[in-house]
Design a protein around this ligand. Structure first.
Ligand code: ATP
Length: 481
């Protein structure tokens, strides 16, 4: 994942007694000139101390928020499991459950060191039902969330949200503002209906919506599926919207070890060429995107992105992919699939149940989290990991105003904030015609052929060396000519 973000906004905490000094043990030291006045980097509600690296959000440290989330989620989900199963009713979407977590603990909550807080769980029963669709058990969910500390990850986005990832790479937790949380609450019934009808989707899966209320501040988070497994090296990451306006990674992002590139960078990096997918993959991918865009448009959602991670395959990976039988059983044993949630690997998100697709989806899901095989324009064989992210934006007055002002000095169709219908069309067109291209199967290099070819060359080389040697021997012995 991305390194910790270097934030654009540099500011000082107003409560800092002397912004140009730092305390090391009992000694107060002066800051280097370069850092004077720039002790705290600020973005949205996020603050990062340049010296200590400490990250806070609404004045709570990232660690304290993560700890409070672990306690709160474990309690809320555990308690829920004691209740008998029943169908979800409309009013379940409006329920908010509260529980206090005093530091000393109570009969229901353990003592802790994260500062007193109240934990709120939104629509818990509906969320449980949603997790059920994806086969996420209570034990599995709690294990993912609390077994090890959550890891904070850098966010290249503009909002200043905090992100954490669970130890097993299953879930991403992201802070959202009250408007986004409210929007998700309103969205839930329709969204549920949609996902239930069609669990194979590239839309984000929301497994929980929670709030840690601390010192009268609300820190709201969503728990979502993680699209980019950390144990698969991503050689490229793209956040694409189909817009050209300001869609270029800034210089700070570019300097990172693993930058998240944008639309104009994609064009530049691949010289306006596209990523090839076998025809079945291409069709399934474009169909899924089309269906998802229809849903997003129906909710007047826009400004979402298509996140793509590209992993370049090693020769060994290509070989093991090929050696995995394409006619393998279609059953989904948990021992075979690394993802514990159903429909969560890229293959499963995109492909429907046809035989060809199921055969394709058997591609080494265990080692590579079900990445979709593809070819870069230069012929490099890759696996791609993708999904639609950042959908909690509604086309409201604010966006319209933004569009009006931006369109005064640029082509209105090229900026990323446009009407939802237009946004969806442009998004699909871009992915269909500028990002992916269908390839007939035969034009994709067959991994076994590559290997065989390599072996053949090696054999030919060996044989010709042996022949040359025996020529010499024959000549030496005078038996030739
Ligand atoms: P902005 O305000 O710029 O839209 P944001 O703070 O709302 O940004 P997102 O756009 O949701 O954040 O995500 C920012 C980055 O975080 C993405 O570009 C991606 O690198 C990473 N990210 C977001 N969601 C996921 C996910 N589900 N799985 C993996 N990585 C993700």
């Amino acid at each position: 994942m991305a390194d910790e973000e270097q934030f654009d906004g540099l500011d000082e905490l107003p409560s800092s007694p002397s912004p140009d000094t730092i305390k090391v043990g009992s000694t107060t030291m002066s800051l280097p000139t370069k850092l004077k006045g720039k002790k705290i980097k600020k973005k949205g509600h996020r603050r990062e101390n340049n010296i200590t690296g400490e990250v806070t959000f609404k004045k709570s440290s990232s660690e304290a928020i993560a700890g409070a989330l672990q306690l709160g989620i474990a309690h809320s989900v555990g308690k829920l499991s004691e209740r008998p199963d029943r169908d979800v009713l409309m009013q379940d979407f409006e329920v908010v459950e509260l529980i206090d977590f005093p530091t000393k603990g109570t009969t229901l909550t353990p003592p802790h060191e994260f500062g007193e807080f109240t934990f709120q769980s939104y629509a818990p029963l509906a969320m449980r039902y949603f997790r059920d669709i994806f086969d996420i058990s209570v034990e599995g969910y709690i294990h993912s969330i609390i077994h090890e500390p959550l890891t904070a990850i850098g966010n290249p986005g503009a909002s200043g949200s905090l992100f954490w990832i669970t130890h097993d790479d299953e879930f991403i937790i992201k802070t959202v503002d009250n408007k986004e949380a409210e929007f998700l609450m309103n969205l839930l019934p329709g969204y549920f209906m949609n996902v239930q009808q069609n669990p194979r989707t590239l839309l984000p899966k929301f497994y929980g919506l929670y709030c840690v209320k601390k010192e009268r501040k609300h820190i709201r988070v969503v728990v979502m599926n993680n699209l980019l497994p950390r144990d698969v090296e991503m050689h490229y990451k793209f956040d694409l919207k189909g817009s050209r306006y300001k869609r270029k990674a800034n210089s700070k992002e570019q300097q990172k070890k693993s930058p998240t590139w944008k639309d104009l960078d994609f064009e530049r990096i691949f010289d306006s060429k596209r990523i090839s997918l076998v025809k079945e993959s291409y069709n399934a991918m474009i169909e899924t995107i089309k269906r998802d865009c229809l849903v997003l448009n129906s909710f007047s959602i826009m400004d979402y992105s298509f996140l793509i991670g590209v992993h370049k395959c090693s020769v060994g990976e290509i070989a093991s992919m090929e050696s995995m039988s394409l006619s393998a059983s279609n059953s989904r044993g948990n021992s075979v699939f690394k993802r514990s949630a159903l429909y969560s690997s890229p293959m499963e998100q995109v492909f429907t149940g046809s035989q060809v697709n199921l055969q394709l989806s058997q591609h080494k899901v265990d080692q590579n989290w079900g990445g979709i095989p593809a070819l870069l324009p230069d012929g490099t064989q890759v696996l791609i990991y993708c999904g639609i992210i950042d959908i909690l934006q509604c086309y409201k007055l604010l966006k319209r105003t933004e569009h009006f002002f931006k369109s005064l000095y640029t082509n209105g169709e090229e900026i990323s904030v446009v009407r939802p219908g237009f946004y969806a069309e442009r998004f699909q067109d871009f992915l269909k015609n500028k990002v992916f291209i269908p390839q007939s199967k035969s034009s994709l290099p067959n991994p076994s052929q590559i290997l065989e070819q390599g072996l053949e060359e090696e054999l030919e080389d060996k044989l010709s060396k042996e022949a040359a040697k025996s020529n010499v021997d024959h000549n030496k012995n005078g038996t030739y000519f």
